[in-house]
Design a protein around this ligand. Structure first.
Ligand SMILES: [Zn+2]
Ligand SMILES: [Zn+2]
Length: 265
């Protein structure tokens, strides 16, 4: 089943195109199931230019828009999702906001290490001040913490830390095995995303080595484009699905009312 469980709307301040155009694009691409997962508002101070996420007061209208579109679309099936940041100092607030809406699926994302937006091109210079291996350790520690919080159904772009091509030397096997075991314990799914193909790292999130570790640990997977324009809906999905199959998966998952549903790849 062709699933794209991650896409945005202009409400986040950095995506273009109306939701109905995303749905039309999904229909043209033969997708069976899609989820809108716009960025949940960030705590004060994390989004100074309003370019990362919707404003808190937009959440109700976002939910109403997507519910209306979902009700009107038989094919593809349209799910109501949200992409929520892991901000450890605001867990209770994030949990309350998530619980206040009838989401089908909640993606958990690590876009910040402390207050460093490490994947924002405007903050790329910070990378030259950091030890890359240290940043990777901190990133994956944070990802495991987020996954273990119980807030999220799916961990999005699970090795986003590689976005600009900063990869430490050496063998990553032990790190990947630990991360995969922790995510399996946490009971979350992970996203296999084509977004990395469109970024300097030029490969899917997660890497094939990390995906293989997830498979060995029994972590379920979703597939996604992280589209920020209608043209990106379903982009790279063939490559993503091929990687999922190569890793040994024959099933993928999606979520309805936050219940995991497994379907054959
Ligand atoms: Zn993201
Ligand atoms: Zn996203």
């Amino acid at each position: 089943m062709k699933i794209d469980l991650h896409m945005h709307t202009p409400r986040c301040g950095h995506a273009q195109g109306q939701p109905f155009e995303y749905v039309e694009a999904a229909r043209r691409s033969g997708l069976d199931t899609i989820a809108f997962t716009d960025h949940l508002a960030l705590p004060d101070g994390y989004d100074p230019h309003g370019a990362y996420a919707m404003r808190p007061e937009e959440l109700d209208a976002y939910v109403a828009d997507i519910q209306e579109i979902a009700a009107a679309s038989r094919s593809p099936r349209v799910l109501l999702g949200i992409e929520a940041d892991w901000v450890p100092s605001h867990v209770a607030e994030t949990a309350r906001t998530i619980a206040s809406q009838p989401f089908d699926v909640v993606l958990g994302s690590v876009h910040f290490l402390d207050d460093w937006a490490f994947d924002d091109p405007d903050h790329i210079e910070e990378w030259s001040l950091r030890d890359v291996a240290g940043a990777w350790d901190e990133y994956f520690e944070t990802l495991v913490q987020a996954a273990s919080s119980g807030l999220f159904d799916v961990m999005a772009h699970p090795d986003l830390v590689k976005k600009f091509g900063h990869v430490p030397p050496g063998d990553m096997t032990a790190l990947y095995e630990d991360v995969a075991a922790a995510l399996a314990d946490a009971g979350v799914a992970v996203e296999v995303s084509s977004a990395g193909l469109r970024k300097p790292c030029a490969e899917i999130y997660p890497s094939e080595a990390l995906l293989a570790a997830f498979r060995r640990a029994g972590v379920p997977v979703t597939t996604a484009s992280d589209a920020h324009t209608p043209a990106e809906v379903g982009a790279g999905l063939d490559e993503v699905r091929a990687a999922v199959a190569r890793a040994g998966y024959d099933a993928v998952v999606y979520f309805e009312a936050r219940e995991m549903r497994e379907v054959s790849l």
